[in-house]
Design a binder for this molecule. Structure first.
Ligand code: NAI
Ligand code: MG
Length: 359
């Protein structure tokens, strides 16, 4: 098959890790007979340096015209980079928010998977880890508290700030459908997280999620209050398969879930719209402290490319092959600095990419 892919190398370690992901995708094309055509798109600091703004209309148009977008990461060191002397709406991060909005990416997927080889980095006790855990958080990304009306007023000389949390049925339904579709490809369990004992938006959330669940009789649905979920993630993460939740709860829970794996350089993410289109990027940032030193772990980006194969290009077998290759290289004992442990072989960004591509 032929596909058009937009590549956003971005800033810091971004270009280095995207190059390794492309190396792995080239192997996928060679082995399975696909052709991927790449267009490079500037975003963040890289775009500011060339165009003076973090995102241009041309960049949006190129991204929209492709089947999927694979991104490294954007941003620089806030203390030293000249990008942060600009006003907030012109800084690198503004470009990322703007492209997510322009592409209507309402579904954010963040897997939290513990590799057995990396157990030592996991902050949880051995008996809690058990055989390991493998979950994915499906977070609503364009509604709720972060997008509602906000204002600060003054009443009798006292300042008062108001943020609005609202969801309509359609917004809830489309993210719920994504979560159930994903559960069908996994262990068929959805945990919907809300605060239905207090919030009206959560009561509507529950009702709509239950309606959607009727179309997926094979999937087990459970509801969990968000405070309990925060606790369960460190008490017994094995219980989760797919966690479905609204924007702010998902923001907080996905950071918590990534920390319990102990290895930020390993975690991928995807942001999807109503079609198969998506933007794929590692969960970590641009790590300016190690940029240009061949030290960055490219695995989060390579696994994001695997998610792209699975969710946007419908190439499940190819996605599985990439994930299996990562697993093999870890089992063989190769590590970048961030996941290094005793008795393992230390390799750089390029060598890690080569090893995974070979497998
Ligand atoms: P960061 O994730 O870039 O780095 C945190 C720590 O983890 C650093 O010590 C870094 O060296 C290390 N690290 C991160 N990724 C790694 C990898 N692949 N391999 C090895 N080590 C890795 O977060 P930080 O320092 O808070 O932010 C740096 C810049 O990244 C900022 O400009 C921030 O705004 C931006 N950022 C961008 C994101 C994105 O593009 N979506 C997300 C988060 C932050
Ligand atoms: Mg966050």
């Amino acid at each position: 098959m032929n596909y058009n892919i937009s590549l956003i190398p971005g800033d810091g370690i971004g270009p280095e890790i995207v190059a390794e992901a492309k190396k792995v995708l080239d192997k996928v094309c060679e082995k399975y007979g696909h052709t991927f055509s790449y267009s490079e798109v500037l975003l963040g600091g890289a775009s500011i340096d060339v165009h003076g703004v973090p995102l241009t209309d041309e960049a949006i148009a190129t991204a929209k015209a492709s089947d999927a977008v694979l991104m490294g990461s954007i941003g620089g060191d806030a203390k030293t980079s000249p990008w942060y002397k600009l006003e907030p709406s012109k800084r690198p991060e503004a470009g990322l928010l703007a492209i997510r909005k322009a592409l209507n990416l309402f579904a954010n997927l963040r897997p939290a998977y513990l590799y057995n080889e990396l157990r030592a980095a996991c902050p949880l006790r051995d008996e809690i880890i058990g055989d390991g855990f493998d979950m994915i958080i499906v977070r609503e990304l364009t509604g709720g508290l972060y997008f509602g009306e906000r204002k600060t007023v003054e009443e009798n000389g006292v300042k008062k700030a108001i943020d609005t949390l609202s969801y309509n049925e359609n917004e809830i339904r489309r993210i719920a459908i994504k979560a159930f579709d994903i559960a069908m490809k996994r262990r068929k369990k959805v945990t919907s997280v809300d605060k239905a004992n207090v919030l009206d938006s959560s009561r509507l959330w529950r009702k709509v999620v239950e309606e959607v669940a009727k179309d997926y009789p094979e999937v087990t649905l459970e509801h969990m209050l968000v405070d309990n979920c925060a606790m369960q993630l460190v008490r017994d993460p094995k219980q989760f398969d797919v966690i479905l939740t609204e924007n702010m709860f998902g923001d907080i829970l996905s950071d918590e879930a990534s920390m319990v794996t102990g290895s930020i350089g390993m975690l991928s993410s995807a942001s999807l719209n109503e079609t198969r289109f998506g933007l794929y990027e590692p969960s970590h940032g641009s790590a300016p402290d190690i940029a240009g030193q061949n030290k960055a772990n490219p695995i989060a980006t390579i696994l994001s490319a695997a998610m792209m194969l699975r969710f946007s290009l419908d190439l499940d077998e190819e996605a599985n092959a990439v994930e299996a290759a990562v697993q093999k290289v870890l089992t063989a004992g190769y590590r970048t600095g961030d996941i290094m442990s005793e008795g393992c072989t230390l390799v750089g960004t390029k060598e890690m990419g080569d090893l995974i591509a070979k497998e």
